[in-house]
Design a protein around this ligand. Sequence first.
Ligand SMILES: [Zn+2]
Length: 399
Amino acid sequence: MAAKLTATLAVLVATTANLVAAQKYPFMPTEWPSQDQNQFITGRLLEAPLILDGMKKVQAAVPENILALPVAEFHNYSNTTYPGCTPSELPAGMTVNLNSTQAQAACWWPSNNCIRTTATSYYQPDIVRCKGQNVWGLTYDDGPTVATADNVATRNITDILGRLGAKATFFVAGSAVSNAPGELRRAFSEGHEIAVHTWTHHPLTTLTNAQIVAEILYTEAKIYSILGVVPRFFRPPYGDVDDRVRGIISALGYLNVIWTTEPLNNLYRDTRDAEHVSSAADMASVVTEVEKWFVEQPGFISLEHDINPNTSTIAINLLSRIESMGPAFPLKLKPIGECYNIAPYMNVQPGQALPPLPEYRANPTDVASGALGTGVGVAVWRRVTVAVVAGLVAVMALV
Ligand SMILES: [Zn+2]
Protein backbone atom coordinates (compact mmCIF):
# COMPACT_ATOMS: atom_id res chain seq x y z
CA MET A 1 0.00 0.00 0.00
CA ALA A 2 2.77 2.46 0.97
CA ALA A 3 4.68 1.69 -2.20
CA LYS A 4 1.57 2.24 -4.29
CA LEU A 5 0.93 5.51 -2.48
CA THR A 6 4.50 6.68 -3.05
CA ALA A 7 4.30 5.77 -6.73
CA THR A 8 1.00 7.60 -7.14
CA LEU A 9 2.41 10.68 -5.42
CA ALA A 10 5.53 10.52 -7.60
CA VAL A 11 3.36 10.46 -10.74
CA LEU A 12 1.32 13.33 -9.35
CA VAL A 13 4.41 15.44 -8.66
CA ALA A 14 5.91 14.66 -12.08
CA THR A 15 2.64 15.46 -13.87
CA THR A 16 2.30 18.73 -12.02
CA ALA A 17 5.91 19.69 -12.74
CA ASN A 18 5.47 18.85 -16.43
CA LEU A 19 2.33 20.91 -16.70
CA VAL A 20 4.03 23.91 -15.13
CA ALA A 21 7.21 23.45 -17.17
CA ALA A 22 5.25 23.03 -20.37
CA GLN A 23 3.37 26.28 -20.03
CA LYS A 24 5.25 28.56 -17.71
CA TYR A 25 6.73 31.72 -19.16
CA PRO A 26 9.29 33.07 -16.73
CA PHE A 27 8.74 36.66 -15.62
CA MET A 28 5.34 37.22 -17.25
CA PRO A 29 4.79 40.99 -16.92
CA THR A 30 2.06 42.36 -14.72
CA GLU A 31 2.14 45.74 -16.42
CA TRP A 32 2.33 46.39 -20.17
CA PRO A 33 3.51 49.26 -22.37
CA SER A 34 0.95 51.66 -23.83
CA GLN A 35 -1.06 50.77 -26.92
CA ASP A 36 -0.14 54.25 -28.17
CA GLN A 37 2.79 53.71 -30.52
CA ASN A 38 3.96 57.29 -29.96
CA GLN A 39 4.97 56.39 -26.42
CA PHE A 40 8.49 55.12 -25.81
CA ILE A 41 8.91 52.29 -23.32
CA THR A 42 10.47 53.97 -20.29
CA GLY A 43 10.58 54.12 -16.48
CA ARG A 44 9.60 51.15 -14.36
CA LEU A 45 8.61 49.14 -17.44
CA LEU A 46 12.37 48.82 -18.06
CA GLU A 47 12.89 47.54 -14.51
CA ALA A 48 10.48 44.60 -14.78
CA PRO A 49 12.06 41.19 -14.06
CA LEU A 50 11.44 40.14 -17.69
CA ILE A 51 13.54 43.02 -19.00
CA LEU A 52 16.29 42.70 -16.36
CA ASP A 53 16.60 39.00 -17.23
CA GLY A 54 16.76 39.88 -20.95
CA MET A 55 19.48 42.45 -20.29
CA LYS A 56 21.51 39.80 -18.44
CA LYS A 57 21.35 37.55 -21.51
CA VAL A 58 22.35 40.43 -23.77
CA GLN A 59 25.29 41.48 -21.60
CA ALA A 60 26.51 37.88 -21.41
CA ALA A 61 26.40 37.40 -25.19
CA VAL A 62 27.25 40.73 -26.84
CA PRO A 63 30.70 42.39 -26.56
CA GLU A 64 30.77 45.61 -24.54
CA ASN A 65 32.06 47.74 -27.42
CA ILE A 66 29.11 46.67 -29.57
CA LEU A 67 26.60 47.43 -26.83
CA ALA A 68 28.32 50.82 -26.46
CA LEU A 69 27.72 51.82 -30.11
CA PRO A 70 26.08 55.25 -29.96
CA VAL A 71 22.31 55.62 -30.07
CA ALA A 72 20.86 57.40 -33.12
CA GLU A 73 18.74 60.52 -32.78
CA PHE A 74 15.01 60.05 -33.34
CA HIS A 75 13.01 62.61 -35.31
CA ASN A 76 9.77 60.92 -36.42
CA TYR A 77 8.62 57.71 -38.08
CA SER A 78 11.72 56.24 -39.76
CA ASN A 79 13.62 59.54 -39.71
CA THR A 80 16.74 59.36 -37.62
CA THR A 81 20.17 60.89 -37.51
CA TYR A 82 22.60 58.04 -37.27
CA PRO A 83 25.77 58.74 -35.26
CA GLY A 84 28.76 59.96 -37.23
CA CYS A 85 27.08 62.71 -39.17
CA THR A 86 25.82 66.14 -38.27
CA PRO A 87 22.47 67.33 -39.57
CA SER A 88 24.14 70.46 -40.98
CA GLU A 89 26.06 68.28 -43.43
CA LEU A 90 22.85 66.98 -44.90
CA PRO A 91 20.64 68.38 -47.63
CA ALA A 92 17.57 70.24 -46.35
CA GLY A 93 14.85 67.87 -45.24
CA MET A 94 17.14 64.86 -45.16
CA THR A 95 18.00 63.34 -41.82
CA VAL A 96 19.76 60.18 -42.91
CA ASN A 97 23.41 60.36 -43.87
CA LEU A 98 23.81 57.71 -46.52
CA ASN A 99 27.58 57.89 -46.42
CA SER A 100 28.26 57.93 -42.71
CA THR A 101 31.34 55.76 -42.17
CA GLN A 102 30.09 54.90 -38.71
CA ALA A 103 26.84 53.69 -40.22
CA GLN A 104 28.71 51.51 -42.66
CA ALA A 105 31.11 50.17 -40.03
CA ALA A 106 28.18 49.05 -37.90
CA CYS A 107 26.32 47.76 -40.99
CA TRP A 108 23.32 50.03 -40.49
CA TRP A 109 20.78 48.66 -42.98
CA PRO A 110 19.03 51.94 -43.93
CA SER A 111 22.37 53.45 -44.92
CA ASN A 112 23.27 51.22 -47.85
CA ASN A 113 21.08 48.15 -47.33
CA CYS A 114 24.01 46.61 -45.50
CA ILE A 115 23.40 43.04 -44.39
CA ARG A 116 25.48 40.54 -42.44
CA THR A 117 25.83 37.28 -44.32
CA THR A 118 27.96 35.25 -41.92
CA ALA A 119 27.50 34.50 -38.23
CA THR A 120 29.77 35.89 -35.52
CA SER A 121 29.91 35.01 -31.84
CA TYR A 122 27.15 37.53 -31.18
CA TYR A 123 24.81 37.59 -34.16
CA GLN A 124 23.33 35.28 -36.78
CA PRO A 125 23.27 36.18 -40.50
CA ASP A 126 20.38 38.37 -41.64
CA ILE A 127 17.60 36.55 -43.48
CA VAL A 128 16.81 38.46 -46.67
CA ARG A 129 15.87 35.95 -49.38
CA CYS A 130 13.99 32.71 -49.42
CA LYS A 131 15.99 29.74 -50.57
CA GLY A 132 15.11 27.90 -53.76
CA GLN A 133 13.81 28.89 -57.16
CA ASN A 134 10.41 30.58 -57.45
CA VAL A 135 9.83 30.75 -53.69
CA TRP A 136 8.05 33.90 -52.52
CA GLY A 137 8.50 34.51 -48.78
CA LEU A 138 5.21 36.20 -47.94
CA THR A 139 5.23 38.59 -44.97
CA TYR A 140 2.74 41.09 -43.54
CA ASP A 141 3.82 43.65 -40.95
CA ASP A 142 2.33 45.91 -38.25
CA GLY A 143 -0.93 44.05 -37.54
CA PRO A 144 -3.04 42.40 -36.49
CA THR A 145 -5.98 44.65 -37.30
CA VAL A 146 -9.70 44.19 -36.80
CA ALA A 147 -12.06 44.04 -39.78
CA THR A 148 -15.28 46.06 -39.70
CA ALA A 149 -18.36 46.16 -41.89
CA ASP A 150 -16.65 48.82 -44.01
CA ASN A 151 -13.00 47.90 -43.80
CA VAL A 152 -10.90 44.85 -44.58
CA ALA A 153 -8.13 43.76 -42.22
CA THR A 154 -5.99 40.77 -41.24
CA ARG A 155 -8.72 38.11 -41.38
CA ASN A 156 -9.68 39.07 -44.94
CA ILE A 157 -6.09 38.45 -46.02
CA THR A 158 -5.94 35.08 -44.27
CA ASP A 159 -9.33 34.12 -45.75
CA ILE A 160 -7.99 34.40 -49.27
CA LEU A 161 -4.69 32.78 -48.29
CA GLY A 162 -6.80 29.89 -47.01
CA ARG A 163 -8.49 29.57 -50.40
CA LEU A 164 -5.04 29.53 -52.03
CA GLY A 165 -3.79 26.92 -49.54
CA ALA A 166 -0.92 29.32 -48.71
CA LYS A 167 0.62 30.44 -45.42
CA ALA A 168 2.42 33.68 -44.57
CA THR A 169 4.52 35.13 -41.76
CA PHE A 170 2.88 37.94 -39.79
CA PHE A 171 5.33 40.27 -38.03
CA VAL A 172 3.05 41.66 -35.35
CA ALA A 173 3.39 44.74 -33.16
CA GLY A 174 2.78 44.19 -29.44
CA SER A 175 0.60 47.30 -29.26
CA ALA A 176 -1.56 45.98 -32.12
CA VAL A 177 -1.74 42.51 -30.57
CA SER A 178 -3.05 44.04 -27.33
CA ASN A 179 -5.79 45.64 -29.33
CA ALA A 180 -6.70 42.57 -31.40
CA PRO A 181 -5.78 39.35 -29.55
CA GLY A 182 -8.59 37.42 -31.23
CA GLU A 183 -7.24 38.30 -34.68
CA LEU A 184 -3.80 37.08 -33.67
CA ARG A 185 -5.29 33.84 -32.46
CA ARG A 186 -7.27 33.40 -35.64
CA ALA A 187 -4.26 33.85 -37.95
CA PHE A 188 -2.14 31.51 -35.79
CA SER A 189 -4.88 28.88 -35.63
CA GLU A 190 -5.11 28.91 -39.42
CA GLY A 191 -1.45 27.90 -39.55
CA HIS A 192 0.24 31.22 -40.31
CA GLU A 193 3.55 31.97 -38.64
CA ILE A 194 3.55 34.68 -35.99
CA ALA A 195 6.74 36.70 -35.56
CA VAL A 196 7.86 39.73 -33.52
CA HIS A 197 7.98 43.30 -34.88
CA THR A 198 8.48 45.34 -31.64
CA TRP A 199 5.83 46.90 -29.40
CA THR A 200 5.88 50.59 -30.41
CA HIS A 201 7.38 50.47 -33.91
CA HIS A 202 10.12 52.99 -33.19
CA PRO A 203 13.38 52.70 -35.19
CA LEU A 204 15.54 50.55 -32.94
CA THR A 205 18.88 52.29 -33.38
CA THR A 206 17.30 55.32 -31.65
CA LEU A 207 16.62 53.28 -28.50
CA THR A 208 18.80 52.27 -25.57
CA ASN A 209 19.80 48.64 -25.12
CA ALA A 210 17.19 48.17 -22.39
CA GLN A 211 14.50 49.76 -24.56
CA ILE A 212 15.31 47.42 -27.45
CA VAL A 213 15.11 44.43 -25.09
CA ALA A 214 11.77 45.76 -23.82
CA GLU A 215 10.38 46.24 -27.36
CA ILE A 216 11.10 42.61 -28.13
CA LEU A 217 10.28 40.91 -24.84
CA TYR A 218 7.00 42.67 -24.02
CA THR A 219 5.80 41.70 -27.50
CA GLU A 220 7.08 38.15 -27.04
CA ALA A 221 5.36 37.84 -23.65
CA LYS A 222 2.08 39.20 -24.99
CA ILE A 223 2.16 36.74 -27.89
CA TYR A 224 2.97 33.92 -25.48
CA SER A 225 0.09 34.85 -23.21
CA ILE A 226 -2.30 34.50 -26.15
CA LEU A 227 -0.76 31.66 -28.18
CA GLY A 228 1.59 29.72 -25.88
CA VAL A 229 4.49 30.03 -28.33
CA VAL A 230 7.69 32.09 -28.46
CA PRO A 231 8.44 33.24 -32.02
CA ARG A 232 11.85 32.70 -33.63
CA PHE A 233 11.72 35.45 -36.26
CA PHE A 234 12.06 39.17 -35.72
CA ARG A 235 11.74 42.08 -38.12
CA PRO A 236 13.04 45.53 -37.18
CA PRO A 237 10.68 48.41 -38.07
CA TYR A 238 11.96 50.20 -41.22
CA GLY A 239 14.81 47.66 -41.40
CA ASP A 240 16.52 49.88 -38.82
CA VAL A 241 19.28 47.61 -37.50
CA ASP A 242 22.97 48.00 -36.90
CA ASP A 243 25.31 45.53 -35.20
CA ARG A 244 24.19 46.66 -31.71
CA VAL A 245 20.60 45.82 -32.57
CA ARG A 246 21.65 42.57 -34.30
CA GLY A 247 23.54 41.53 -31.15
CA ILE A 248 20.51 42.16 -28.93
CA ILE A 249 18.12 40.37 -31.30
CA SER A 250 20.43 37.38 -31.42
CA ALA A 251 21.09 37.24 -27.67
CA LEU A 252 17.34 36.93 -27.12
CA GLY A 253 17.23 33.97 -29.52
CA TYR A 254 15.78 35.71 -32.57
CA LEU A 255 16.73 35.65 -36.25
CA ASN A 256 16.68 38.98 -38.05
CA VAL A 257 14.43 38.98 -41.13
CA ILE A 258 14.49 41.84 -43.67
CA TRP A 259 12.76 41.94 -47.06
CA THR A 260 14.79 41.47 -50.25
CA THR A 261 16.50 44.72 -51.28
CA GLU A 262 19.47 44.52 -53.63
CA PRO A 263 20.18 47.85 -55.36
CA LEU A 264 23.10 46.36 -57.29
CA ASN A 265 20.74 43.84 -58.86
CA ASN A 266 17.91 46.36 -59.11
CA LEU A 267 15.87 43.95 -57.00
CA TYR A 268 13.35 45.51 -54.62
CA ARG A 269 10.65 43.42 -52.99
CA ASP A 270 9.08 46.14 -50.85
CA THR A 271 5.58 46.50 -52.31
CA ARG A 272 5.57 50.12 -51.04
CA ASP A 273 1.95 49.48 -50.11
CA ALA A 274 2.12 51.90 -47.18
CA GLU A 275 3.81 54.82 -48.91
CA HIS A 276 1.61 57.68 -50.09
CA VAL A 277 -1.17 55.28 -50.98
CA SER A 278 -4.56 56.87 -50.32
CA SER A 279 -6.75 56.59 -53.43
CA ALA A 280 -8.09 53.62 -55.38
CA ALA A 281 -5.80 54.65 -58.24
CA ASP A 282 -2.76 54.56 -55.91
CA MET A 283 -3.72 51.09 -54.75
CA ALA A 284 -4.25 49.88 -58.30
CA SER A 285 -0.83 51.17 -59.33
CA VAL A 286 0.85 49.26 -56.49
CA VAL A 287 -0.89 46.09 -57.64
CA THR A 288 0.20 46.70 -61.23
CA GLU A 289 3.83 47.14 -60.13
CA VAL A 290 3.87 44.04 -57.96
CA GLU A 291 2.26 41.94 -60.70
CA LYS A 292 5.55 42.36 -62.58
CA TRP A 293 7.02 39.98 -59.98
CA PHE A 294 4.75 37.16 -61.16
CA VAL A 295 7.52 35.49 -63.19
CA GLU A 296 9.99 32.69 -62.56
CA GLN A 297 12.95 33.90 -60.49
CA PRO A 298 15.22 33.05 -57.56
CA GLY A 299 13.57 33.06 -54.11
CA PHE A 300 12.85 36.37 -52.38
CA ILE A 301 11.05 37.88 -49.38
CA SER A 302 8.45 40.61 -49.86
CA LEU A 303 7.21 43.37 -47.57
CA GLU A 304 3.49 44.03 -47.23
CA HIS A 305 1.34 45.38 -44.40
CA ASP A 306 -1.97 44.56 -42.76
CA ILE A 307 -1.82 47.82 -40.83
CA ASN A 308 -4.78 49.63 -42.42
CA PRO A 309 -7.65 49.08 -44.89
CA ASN A 310 -5.61 50.42 -47.83
CA THR A 311 -2.64 48.10 -47.35
CA SER A 312 -4.96 45.18 -46.63
CA THR A 313 -6.94 45.95 -49.79
CA ILE A 314 -3.73 45.89 -51.83
CA ALA A 315 -2.78 42.55 -50.27
CA ILE A 316 -6.21 41.10 -51.05
CA ASN A 317 -6.17 42.40 -54.64
CA LEU A 318 -2.73 40.89 -55.22
CA LEU A 319 -3.84 37.53 -53.83
CA SER A 320 -7.00 37.72 -55.96
CA ARG A 321 -4.87 38.16 -59.09
CA ILE A 322 -2.83 35.14 -58.05
CA GLU A 323 -6.01 33.17 -57.43
CA SER A 324 -7.39 34.07 -60.86
CA MET A 325 -4.15 32.91 -62.52
CA GLY A 326 -4.58 29.44 -61.05
CA PRO A 327 -1.81 27.01 -62.05
CA ALA A 328 -0.31 29.64 -64.38
CA PHE A 329 1.02 31.52 -61.33
CA PRO A 330 4.71 30.51 -61.38
CA LEU A 331 5.70 31.15 -57.73
CA LYS A 332 5.23 29.24 -54.48
CA LEU A 333 3.97 31.36 -51.57
CA LYS A 334 5.63 30.36 -48.29
CA PRO A 335 6.13 31.69 -44.77
CA ILE A 336 9.71 32.37 -43.64
CA GLY A 337 10.13 29.29 -41.46
CA GLU A 338 9.09 27.05 -44.30
CA CYS A 339 11.29 28.61 -46.95
CA TYR A 340 14.28 28.45 -44.57
CA ASN A 341 13.33 25.13 -43.02
CA ILE A 342 13.58 26.62 -39.52
CA ALA A 343 10.99 26.01 -36.80
CA PRO A 344 9.14 29.34 -36.37
CA TYR A 345 8.81 29.02 -32.58
CA MET A 346 11.59 28.68 -30.02
CA ASN A 347 9.60 26.45 -27.70
CA VAL A 348 8.42 24.04 -30.40
CA GLN A 349 10.97 21.68 -31.94
CA PRO A 350 10.86 20.83 -35.65
CA GLY A 351 8.21 18.20 -36.27
CA GLN A 352 6.74 18.66 -32.81
CA ALA A 353 3.04 19.55 -32.55
CA LEU A 354 2.15 23.05 -31.41
CA PRO A 355 1.16 23.27 -27.74
CA PRO A 356 -2.55 23.59 -26.97
CA LEU A 357 -3.69 27.19 -27.01
CA PRO A 358 -3.70 28.72 -23.52
CA GLU A 359 -7.05 29.40 -21.97
CA TYR A 360 -8.42 32.52 -23.50
CA ARG A 361 -11.42 34.66 -22.74
CA ALA A 362 -12.82 34.78 -26.23
CA ASN A 363 -14.40 38.07 -27.09
CA PRO A 364 -16.13 38.14 -30.44
CA THR A 365 -15.58 41.87 -30.81
CA ASP A 366 -11.87 41.54 -30.02
CA VAL A 367 -11.88 44.40 -27.58
CA ALA A 368 -8.61 44.43 -25.65
CA SER A 369 -8.88 42.48 -22.43
CA GLY A 370 -6.82 43.32 -19.38
CA ALA A 371 -7.24 39.73 -18.24
CA LEU A 372 -5.21 38.39 -21.15
CA GLY A 373 -1.90 39.15 -19.52
CA THR A 374 -2.64 36.68 -16.78
CA GLY A 375 -4.42 34.18 -18.99
CA VAL A 376 -1.50 31.77 -19.05
CA GLY A 377 -1.10 31.85 -15.30
CA VAL A 378 -4.76 31.04 -14.88
CA ALA A 379 -4.50 28.21 -17.42
CA VAL A 380 -1.46 26.71 -15.68
CA TRP A 381 -2.96 26.86 -12.22
CA ARG A 382 -6.29 25.47 -13.36
CA ARG A 383 -4.51 22.49 -14.91
CA VAL A 384 -2.31 22.07 -11.86
CA THR A 385 -5.38 22.16 -9.63
CA VAL A 386 -7.04 19.50 -11.77
CA ALA A 387 -3.91 17.35 -11.51
CA VAL A 388 -3.68 17.80 -7.72
CA VAL A 389 -7.35 16.98 -7.20
CA ALA A 390 -7.07 13.91 -9.47
CA GLY A 391 -4.00 12.81 -7.49
CA LEU A 392 -5.75 13.25 -4.17
CA VAL A 393 -8.72 11.25 -5.40
CA ALA A 394 -6.29 8.49 -6.42
CA VAL A 395 -4.58 8.63 -3.03
CA MET A 396 -7.91 8.53 -1.16
CA ALA A 397 -8.97 5.54 -3.23
CA LEU A 398 -5.83 3.76 -2.04
CA VAL A 399 -6.17 4.52 1.70
ZN1 LIG B 1 6.53 47.84 -39.63
